[in-house]
Design a protein around this ligand. Structure first.
Ligand code: ADP
Length: 471
């Protein structure tokens, strides 16, 4: 890996404006297994030091004028944009996604910083009617204090900027723990943040030991909020651990998105939608279509078309020209995908594309389409997180909705139809945080963090309907 700016490749953590720790834990390229770099293995003591640094930086940072914080965030956005090629290459090398997707993630990540740089100046309060004649009721928005952010490997930059740009804009200070698979992207972001002139301690990054860092972040009373994206299991654990010090908490957890294609849908558009939603990042995104529900009238034609498109995919190392699908992140991810396909095939599903490990070896898996899938199979209930499109058949709208809502998850949902069913009565019947019509993906910087239904935290349903949906 050759970066134009080699200083973006860090092997230490950032605490109180200083690069600290001993490079130890290996970061490997999932496409080749090659060593990319090493990062420190930090624990309770260093996390406590990072929290103390963030806590010490909080009074001055939160007292800055909003426009001063905005200027620093704006500069951070510009540095992300200016270093796009290096950030993308670093991401592909440690995460495996195709370079084109990594470039697009840099834009996506930077868009959060840009958006919240602007919003920093618009944190307004409210004046409420008073219950008595004397006095005024004012609502002031105040930064909560130190925020602990724990992030996943599937979007190594965007999940960080999405969490911490609003926190920094509001005047909070932050301790970030990135995923052990992708710490280098996080540290490169931190290096760019330091170049903005942000005061020491405003942003701190500590790399694994996850349970030790998570334990300290959730139990230390100086941390006032935990924000997490990752598995439902770990999200629940962090919630339990945070109860002792009653922290605010924001969770974005697992999904099991239904993608519904009605008989009247534009077939080509729906197939393109599945390609975008299902195979992006090898299916390793929480809003990936996990269950493709196709109405019986077009089931066969849809399956054939999808399989023929998927067969054209070039699979390989993300830096190779034309590659559309990279490896899975690690052996555990590969084992889960294999187990889901094995279970489905044993219960009568048919692989009409792919269905096994890729001949490239390592953690590569063939882009796969399964037909004759039923709700009894594992992949109907659990997130597969891989390049497998299971096609369920349905008769009518009611059956589709029943299948769509038939899991404890509720993060994202998609539907394709020419009839405008979305913004009217329909969304009320969906148990989902994101609902997209005629689009295989959802909003960029405007989307709000949503909690999975499984957690019982209410989430608003932004509804996205593309223009063509009214045709
Ligand atoms: P995945 O299985 O997709 O990696 P995880 O929920 O395990 O999802 O990981 C998401 C993030 O949570 C990563 O940064 C990971 O290191 C972190 N994590 C995992 N276990 C814990 C834990 N016990 N406490 C705090 N963070 C954790």
């Amino acid at each position: 890996m050759r970066l134009s700016d080699p200083h973006l490749l860090k092997d230490r953590c950032l605490i109180g404006g200083k690069w600290v720790g001993t490079p130890k834990l290996e970061v490997n390229n999932p496409a080749t297994g090659a060593l990319v770099g090493r990062v420190p293995d930090l624990g309770v003591g260093e996390t406590r030091a990072a929290i103390e640094a963030a806590n010490a930086a909080f009074p001055a940072w939160s007292a800055k004028l909003a426009k001063e914080r905005a200027a620093i965030l704006r500069r951070w956005y510009e540095l992300q944009r200016d270093n796009k090629e290096d950030l993308a290459l670093l991401m592909t090398t440690e995460q495996g996604k195709p370079l084109a997707e990594a470039r697009s993630e840099v834009d996506y990540a930077a868009s959060f910083t840009e958006f919240f740089a602007e919003e920093a100046k618009r944190i307004y309060g409210e004046v409420l009617p008073t219950p008595k004649e004397s006095g005024r009721v004012l609502v002031l928005k105040q930064p909560v204090g130190v925020v602990g952010a724990i992030t996943p490997w599937n979007f190594p930059l965007a999940m960080i900027t999405r969490k911490i740009s609003p926190a920094l804009a509001a005047g909070c200070t932050v301790v970030v723990k990135p995923a052990p698979e992708t710490p280098l992207s996080a540290l490169a972001l931190a290096e760019l943040a330091m170049r903005t002139g942000a005061p020491p301690g405003v942003l701190n990054v500590v790399t694994d030991d996850a349970p030790a860092i998570g334990g300290e972040l959730t139990s230390n009373p100086a941390v006032r909020m935990i924000t997490f994206t990752g598995s439902t299991e770990v999200g629940k654990l962090l919630m339990r651990q945070s109860a002792g010090t009653v922290k605010k908490i924001a969770l974005e957890l697992g999904g099991n998105a239904p993608f519904i294609v009605f008989d009247d849908a534009d077939l080509d558009a729906a197939v393109q939608g599945v390609l975008a939603s299902k195979y992006r990042n090898s299916g390793q995104t929480c809003v990936s279509a996990n269950r493709i529900l196709v109405q019986e009238g077009i089931y066969g034609r849809f399956a054939d078309k999808l399989a023929s498109e998927v067969a054209k995919f070039k699979v390989g190392e993300g830096t190779e020209a034309g590659v559309m699908q990279g490896p899975l992140i690690n052996a555990a991810a590969l084992a889960k995908v294999e187990a889901h396909v094995r279970d489905a095939v044993a219960q009568g599903a048919r692989a009409i594309a792919g269905g096994k490990r890729h001949s490239l070896g390592g953690t590569f898996y063939e882009p796969t389409v399964l037909t004759d899938v039923t709700t009894k199979m594992k992949l109907a209930q659990e997130e597969t997180f891989g390049p497998v499109a299971p096609l369920f058949r349905f008769r009518d709208e009611s059956e589709a909705i029943a299948i769509a809502n038939g899991t404890p998850f509720g993060l994202a949902a998609y539907f394709y139809t020419r009839e405008l069913r979305g913004p009217g009565a329909w969304p009320r019947r969906w148990n989902t945080a994101w609902l997209a019509s005629m689009r295989g993906y959802s909003l960029r910087s405007l989307r709000r963090s949503a909690a999975s239904r499984n957690q019982g935290l209410a989430a608003k349903a932004p509804i996205m309907v593309s223009r063509s949906s009214s045709s």
